[in-house]
Design a protein around this ligand. Structure first.
Ligand code: AMP
Ligand code: ZN
Length: 497
């Protein structure tokens, strides 16, 4: 049984897809005006685990992600500059070049973190015509009004606006007013109202990204982009590029970071449900923040750390993946280099474990009944993940397996009660979800010079010339290899796998 904490119902719900064994999964993609920071990447790792867990449970997942290459303003209150246009000015490039460059960089980083690429990647700028149709429909149904800078959604017109936050419309408005440090346009009817279409500014230079529309030249709001891309690819509400709201299907899962709950996702729901009169999404999953001691990690906080920074310091990007998996996605995770160092060590130890299994499996000529109950380990591992993606608990089961394994191996008599191949295989099954590249660990035959030394050392040991054997061991170590004597013969490995 698969259960997820659903932000909409505020409890763990049993997951059931809308249609058979297929799942439509939408994850809000990056705003491509700079490199993704570790905080962003934490969210994408959580979503990757979700996807892998769904696949392991036998679901056929269609994973859709947007690329926000226009319309995300520097302020959530529909004011400020477009983040991409702003960066283009700064870097003296076109907005298109900026978007293209940071999109590529994003997928480069996610690849390093073993995040599986979405099945469909949709750039917001490719769906402007669809945005316009959705706004026209909202206009037809009386949800919009015009101000001097754009077309806005009147949130007071939707009876359950804000339901994702658990607050009523009045309470949400009150809370936002109390917490707001930014000036709200006096033309807005409610603080929660948001722009659907913004007009290009009449002064201060021409925008690079702008389109004509029934309301004037401008660009879409950020929230309409995600709504439209969902409606198009997972909601199947566009036939031959024509929007047919009645055809819209509810989507299985939509996710993002917790910051998206009160504004971005709330507004996505508003736009879609206003015209389709159907639930937009069944399951809303939100990941908690990666934080630093004083604040969350964020571009506007100016405290970002990037994957390339970790690499420069000699960390593997997968050590960061491990760090993320080691805490539950619904708890804030405080980043520190000390914690990352520990994660790197854990990852190295896991690699040693897999190498050991691989080596023993190769040497083992028998196929013994396993004293270690690997089936039970896998069941526990799976149960932890199926219970709202409890990755720290799942990792703990992997470590428990490794502890039992090494414990048993301590006693030479027990070696023939361990089925190394079986354990190796099950660990790779674990890794199909964890995504730590444990399947990349290979037994590489030692170079010839080392192989010769190993043979000489074995000969010395057989002749009980332990002093010579020890000298050869030191020689081997000087050449960067480690040797360990086991009842299956000498195990040779590089000092760091
Ligand atoms: P953006 O590129 O700003 O649209 O953000 C991309 C994703 O990263 C969104 O799902 C955000 O909710 C998420 N995000 C932003 N900052 C953090 C953070 N410090 N920790 C975790 N997720 C974050
Ligand atoms: Zn989105």
């Amino acid at each position: 049984m698969l259960r997820f904490y659903n932000t909409l119902t505020r409890k763990k719900d049993v997951f059931k897809p809308i249609k058979g064994r297929t799942v439509g999964l939408y994850t809000c993609g990056p705003t491509v005006y700079s490199y993704a920071h570790l905080g962003n990447l934490r969210t994408y790792i959580f979503e990757d685990i979700l996807k892998r867990v769904l696949i392991t449970n036998g679901y056929r997942v269609t994973h859709l992600m947007n690329i926000t290459d226009v319309g995300h303003l520097t302020s959530d209150a529909d004011t400020g500059e477009d983040k991409i246009e702003k960066e283009a000015k700064k870097e003296k490039k076109t907005a298109w070049q900026i978007a293209d460059f940071y999109t590529k960089a994003f997928f480069g980083d996610t690849q390093k973190l073993n995040i599986i690429k979405p099945d469909i990647i949709a750039k917001a700028t490719d769906y402007i015509a669809e945005d316009i149709q959705l706004i026209q429909e909202l206009e037809k149904q009386g949800f919009t009004y015009r101000t001097s800078d754009g077309i806005y959604f009147d949130t007071s017109k939707l009876k359950d606006y804000g339901k994702l936050t658990g607050m009523t419309f009045e309470k949400l408005n009150k809370t936002l007013k109390a917490g707001s440090r930014i000036e709200i346009s006096p033309e807005k009817r409610n603080i929660t109202d948001f722009s659907l279409w913004k007009f290009s500014p009449s002064a201060g230079g021409k925008r690079q990204m702008e389109w004509s529309s029934p309301w004037g030249i401008g660009f879409p709001g950020w929230h309409i982009e995600c709504a439209v891309i969902n409606l198009k690819f997972l909601g199947h509400a566009f036939t031959n590029h024509r929007f047919v709201p009645q055809k819209a299907q509810t989507i299985d899962i939509h996710c993002g970071g917790i910051d998206h709950i009160p504004v971005h996702h709330t507004n996505e729901i508003a736009q879609v449900e206003a015209v389709t009169k159907k639930p937009f999404v069944n399951f809303w999953l939100h990941g908690e923040f990666l934080v630093l001691p004083k604040a969350r990690m964020g571009k506007s906080e100016g405290n970002t750390i990037l994957i390339k920074d970790l690499e420069k310091m000699g960390f593997s990007p997968l050590a960061f993946r491990y760090l993320v998996l080691n805490s539950h996605y619904r708890t804030p995770l405080e980043f520190s280099f000390e914690a990352l160092e520990n994660s790197q060590n854990s990852l190295n130890n896991l690699s040693d474990f897999v190498y050991d299994l691989l080596w023993c499996a190769k040497k083992q000529k028998t196929n013994p009944k396993n004293l270690i109950n690997i089936k039970k380990y896998y069941q526990d591992f799976e149960a932890a993940l199926n219970d709202d993606l409890n990755t720290p608990q799942a990792l703990a089961f992997l470590w428990k397996l490794s502890t039992e394994y090494y414990q048993l191996k301590k006693n030479n008599q027990s070696w023939n009660k361990i089925n190394f191949k079986q354990i190796y295989k099950i660990v790779l099954e674990f890794d199909k979800i964890l995504g730590l590249s444990l399947d990349n660990i290979k037994l590489i035959p030692p170079p010839r010079a080392i192989a010769v030394l190993i043979k000489q050392r074995e000969k010395a040991r057989q002749q009980k010339n332990f002093q010579q054997a020890d000298e050869i061991r030191q020689q081997i170590e000087k050449l960067g290899f480690k040797i360990e004597d086991t009842i299956l013969g000498p195990k040779i490995m590089t000092k760091t796998i």
